[in-house]
Design a protein around this ligand. Structure first.
Ligand code: SF4
Length: 340
């Protein structure tokens, strides 16, 4: 099991706000998450739940008006823990695109239309002093071959507009893999390609992960994709991680009411049902997030305490964590009610 491997990344008490004209959006609300070496961990949840912001905060890629307010992002480098939030921009640049790389959702905007694909792959290696231009060019061809691009010797000379969406995403994957990153963060990597290409890209990621042992953080709202590739899942809602468990537990024994709601929206081809059950209501406006548990206005099990206080995180079984008052002992709940 991946959870027996050592941690490679620890996110602690992370808060991110966006300072907009309409008000302060409290986007990330105290996220705690451990990532283990060699695993595929998936962050799932509805659009706007904080998956992308959390993943970008890892290397401080939060654009203005966003600001990381507090927390720690601990990355294990050569058996030492370094807090990425404390590094200066130069030190961080050596990690971003090298030890931690990203595959973004839209390959068209991730690639520069003015440069050939080969140049863009090779440049990542040269900038990080991993190779000179000659070596980097040869490795670019190898990477295109590994990502199953036909005739890679020719494709390195092509410009992004000459490639299909699926091909562009393979080039983006090649760029991300060029420095053999320890962690690959894939943010909705298959959203902008058609279904057959989606399956091919997922197979490709699975194969590369097996071959290189790269840790993958997959950001998606597609539970089918999660079932296909993830070892563990962290479910996010309105800026909080509400449940973490291995893939089997999430699908077979989900506990948090939001996780249950999310899975109830996924069609099961083996079950005949009249209609899917959507989660009532919508994601709250995070300028004015609901007090207590942020899910309480939509939760069928909400109690009084849920409206006032956030639940502590409870470990139900080894590696299965839930943030919900339903799983806190009655004694502890009463104690919290008294002190709250
Ligand atoms: Fe529902 Fe309360 Fe649990 Fe939140 S803490 S999910 S409102 S039961």
């Amino acid at each position: 099991m991946s959870t027996r491997n050592k941690e490679i990344l620890k996110i602690r008490n992370l808060y991110v706000n966006f300072y907009t004209y309409a008000g302060v959006v409290k986007a990330i609300n105290g996220v705690d998450l451990d990532v283990y070496e060699g695993e595929v961990i998936s962050l799932v949840g509805e659009t706007g739940c904080g998956k992308t912001v959390t993943s970008r905060a890892i290397t401080r890629l939060i654009p203005p008006p966003g600001r990381i307010e507090k927390g720690e992002i601990l990355f294990r480098k050569n058996s030492e823990w370094i807090d990425l939030l404390k590094l200066d921009e130069n030190e961080l640049r050596k990690i971003r695109g090298d030890e931690i790389a990203y595959i973004f959702q839209d390959p068209s905007s991730a690639l520069d239309p003015l440069y050939t694909t080969g140049y863009q792959i090779a440049e990542t290696m040269v900038v990080h002093d991993k190779a000179d231009w000659d070596e980097a060019w040869k490795k670019a061809i190898e990477l295109l071959r590994e990502t199953m691009i036909p005739a890679p010797e020719e494709r390195v000379k092509t410009y992004p507009h000459e490639l299909s969406g699926g091909m562009k995403q393979r080039v983006v994957i090649s760029i991300a893999l060029s420095n053999d990153p320890k962690i690959l963060i894939a943010d909705e990597p298959t959203t902008n390609v058609d279904v057959t290409i989606q399956a091919e890209l997922i197979d490709l990621l699975k194969e590369l992960q097996k071959k290189k042992g790269t840790t993958i953080m997959l950001i998606t709202h597609n539970m089918g994709l999660v079932a296909e590739i993830a070892d563990r899942v962290a479910v996010m809602y309105a800026g909080n991680v509400v449940e973490i468990a291995d893939i089997w537990t999430i699908f077979e024994e989900p506990l948090h009411p939001y996780t249950k709601g999310l899975l109830a929206c996924v069609p099961d081809p083996l079950k005949k049902i009249e209609r899917l059950e959507p989660i009532p209501g919508t994601i709250p406006n995070l300028i004015y997030p609901p007090p207590g548990c942020r899910f309480h206005p939509r939760c069928p099990k909400a109690m009084d305490i849920c409206k006032k206080q956030r639940s502590p995180r409870v470990e139900i079984a080894p590696g299965h964590f839930v943030e919900c008052w339903l799983f806190v002992s009655e004694e502890e709940r009463k104690e919290a009610e008294k002190s709250g």
